[in-house]
Design a binder for this molecule. Structure first.
Ligand code: OGA
Ligand code: ZN
Ligand code: ZN
Length: 394
């Protein structure tokens, strides 16, 4: 019986039930009873939870309800459950026999982890791991050689999700190294600037980054419905005078704005404005607030890019207040105590969360030497995925 349970509930297919291995340790069940269309469970650690019968039927892990190879759900919850299945505790878990004869076996630890009131499990890993920058924040560094090991890559990913920024040191001065690094994590996210772009001063630029001017703090591509999540910038040449990189934690600064100037925060988070990029080939536009919040009022995203802020289309009586709020946020972001600044070394790569951390650079003088960065973007989904996969291995 316990073998069947291990295979059906956990098995070698940990794809879906990621954190649960066949040997997962945790509290076992004391008893099970049916009440109010729920199974009420008590575990040996004193915890107690109710699971609706329909929920249990829907989560049956048997090979008729989940594909035996992909572990994806085959069962479709089309009918309500109006019955009292036979409930038995078996070694390692709970057995339900439904009136139609179907048998569902649930691992007790799997159920324990999914107690409906266990809300620590509901926050996403990203929300849990994220830490705002403190006054003396210094970014984590991982060497290129370490990054090539599962431990090093794991460290790099954790720092990136935690701080929204991480440095990779001592990489080779090789064309496309940024693409090789990116594709270890996931497919490069293409944009109108290509899947992989070169940053140097170009003769006929369609973007401020492709000049030698200073770049004030900004996020890339806020004119897209979904701007790229993670940006990688790999430094191949940095011999020009100037061109130091600048970063600020947009979330930390927005929280400060929320405290110090709640009205400015309210305006920037409630007012959608237009962002638009146009060149010979493209015209990409969207309307969104500068500070985006989730349903609970937590920060979700910062869109900040003064070059491609489009015509301000707001009711007459809202315009001046919006500018005042924008100015306040701009000043806080550019306050030296919120910024970190460093010159990228050749062979160094910075990775940052483009929807949280703002980036910029000092002007450089192209007559004093060459400056060349190669960049690409990644989706956060792939970073989280990679982190989960590496955790399985480490
Ligand atoms: C960019 C950018 C920064 C730099 O390419 O989007 O902001 O240091 N570049 O050149
Ligand atoms: Zn089943
Ligand atoms: Zn940029």
């Amino acid at each position: 019986m316990s073998t069947t349970l291990a295979e059906s509930n956990t098995g070698q297919h940990s794809i879906d039930m990621g954190e649960l291995s066949p040997h997962t340790k945790g509290p076992s069940l004391v008893d099970a009873a049916i009440a109010d269309n729920c199974v009420v469970l008590n575990w040996h650690d004193g915890s107690r939870a109710s699971f609706p019968l329909l929920w249990l039927r829907d989560h049956c892990p048997c090979t008729r309800c989940r594909h035996p190879l992909t572990r994806e759900r085959l069962f479709v919850p089309l009918a309500d459950i109006d019955e009292a299945p036979q409930t038995t505790l078996v070694e390692g878990g709970l057995r339900l026999k439904w009136t139609d004869g179907h048998v569902s076996l649930f691992d007790s630890v799997w159920l324990h982890q999914r107690r409906p009131d266990n809300d620590t499990d509901l926050a996403s890993e990203l929300t849990r791991i994220r830490r705002p920058w403190s006054a003396n924040f210094t970014p984590a560094h991982v060497t290129h050689a370490d990054f090539m090991t599962p431990d090093g890559e794991h460290q790099w990913l954790e720092a990136l999700l935690r701080d929204g920024l991480v440095l990779l040191d001592e990489g080779p001065l090789a064309d496309e190294e940024v693409s090789r690094i990116a594709t270890r994590i996931g497919p490069m996210r293409p944009t109108n600037f290509g899947a992989r772009f070169d940053v140097y001063s170009k003769p006929n630029p369609n973007n401020a980054a492709y000049t030698a001017i200073a770049l004030a703090l900004h996020s890339d591509l806020p004119n897209w419905r979904q701007p790229p999540d993670i940006q990688l910038l790999y430094c191949l040449q940095n011999e020009a005078e100037g061109g130091e990189s600048i970063f600020a934690d947009g979330f930390a600064v927005a929280e400060e704005l929320r405290k110090e100037a709640p009205e400015a925060f309210r305006i920037l988070s409630k007012t959608s404005i237009d962002f638009r990029f146009q060149d010979e080939e493209q015209d990409i536009a969207t309307r969104a607030p500068i500070i985006e919040l989730d349903d609970e009022g937590q920060l979700k995203e910062i869109r900040f890019n003064n070059w491609i802020r489009d015509t301000l289309r707001l009711p007459l009586d809202k315009i001046n207040a919006w500018y005042a709020a924008y100015r306040r946020f701009w000043q806080l972001l550019h306050d030296p105590r919120h910024q970190i600044e460093f010159a990228l070394d050749q062979g160094q790569m910075v990775a940052f969360d483009n929807r949280r951390v703002l980036h910029g650079r000092r002007a450089f003088d192209p007559n004093t030497g060459k400056r060349h960065l190669q960049g690409t973007y990644l989706d956060m989904d792939m970073l989280e995925s990679r982190l989960r996969v590496l955790k399985r291995r480490i």
